[in-house]
Ligand binder design. Structure first.
Ligand SMILES: [Zn+2]
Ligand SMILES: [Zn+2]
Length: 320
């Protein structure tokens, strides 16, 4: 099933024509739980990983910030029990007995060993209108270490790989799994329904008095530029970041100092509330606004930026 973002409640460029030149496109991924194969674009599905290439691991060991560790199997069991019961009902005592207590953690020493990264996204150029990657690459793979890294703002550490599908020989059949994870960072395997949308910059980054003029207009009309007109929520490729947590700060390439471009957004939800203007028109009644099961901070987004000068320069992340 395709997913379609409803038209914006108002054409903001008709009121503020100078916004047209500042806009860009983003591809909403619309991830939904499913069973993607290694040849599909997916969020958290299996990756086409070369059998002769080492699977990436994190060696941060004791430098991880550790609160609560669970095995991936426990997180999956927990989700299955909640899914069977339905989100609107509390668990029975019998169901609760199948789950670890809220203060249970696997031993912290289990994070001392190398932690295999987990698949976060695999995207084919053919599927994603806003795909960005080296000219000769048609596949992007994103993985992260599913633990908290203090020097990454207490977030997962992300790695991005670009590949040429035609170059991939025999594939790795059984990728390693981390022994333990922070359950907020274990995404549910999802198929994607890419859709291109138009975005406008975060209000605080608009040039001149444009931001102030839009603020004044918002008060008059009661429509929110930020919530409804400028930035799509949810998992997406490209587009702009929403800096509402800290206000904008520069994201400059560690290698060459160039201002970076938004590559991928991993979000804690796809829309907010039952009346969100970003809820796809096809979405069935009662559909979860959090199909991926990832929570960044207290419900924020993890933005992965790339250097526009070279895909060989390191990516960088920020939480907003
Ligand atoms: Zn790590
Ligand atoms: Zn650079």
């Amino acid at each position: 099933m395709t997913r379609t973002t409803p038209p914006r409640p108002i054409d903001v460029t008709a009121l503020f024509p100078s916004l047209s030149g500042l806009s860009t496109t983003a591809t909403r991924l619309h991830p939904r739980p499913g069973a993607p194969s290694a040849s599909d674009s997916s969020v958290a599905g299996p990756l086409r990983w070369p059998a002769d290439e080492a699977w990436p691991v994190c060696h941060d060991g004791r430098n991880h910030y550790i609160h609560r560790l669970l095995t991936p199997a426990t997180v999956r069991r927990q989700r299955a029990v909640h899914a069977a019961r339905g989100t609107r009902h509390t668990l029975t005592n019998q169901e609760r007995a199948q789950l670890p207590s809220p203060d249970f953690s696997e031993p912290h020493r289990l994070a001392d060993q190398p932690i295999p990264l987990i698949p976060v996204a695999q995207l084919h150029r053919r599927d994603i209108p806003d795909f960005a990657g080296p000219d000769d690459c048609d596949l992007m793979q994103v993985l992260w270490c599913p633990l908290d890294h203090p020097e990454e703002g207490y977030n997962p550490r992300v790695r991005v790989f670009w590949r040429r599908g035609a170059d991939l020989g025999p594939l790795l059949a059984e990728p390693p799994e981390p022994p333990v994870v922070n359950d907020s960072y274990l995404p549910v395997p999802c198929v994607v329904h890419p859709e291109q949308v138009r975005e406008f910059p975060y209000g605080g980054l608009l040039p001149g008095d444009l931001g102030a003029r839009i603020d004044a207009w918002e008060e008059e009309l009661g429509t929110s530029y930020q919530s409804d007109l400028s930035l799509a929520p949810g998992w997406k490729i490209g587009g702009f970041a929403n800096w509402s947590l800290t206000d904008p700060h520069p994201m400059d390439c560690a290698e060459c100092g160039t201002a970076m471009t938004l590559l991928l957004t991993a979000d804690s939800g796809e829309w907010e509330g039952r009346v969100s203007s970003w809820r796809p028109v096809e979405e069935p009644e009662g559909a979860s606004a959090d199909p991926v099961g990832v929570t960044i901070g207290r419900g924020y987004s993890l933005y992965v930026f790339r250097c526009p000068v070279s895909f060989d320069h390191p990516t960088a992340t920020t939480m907003q």
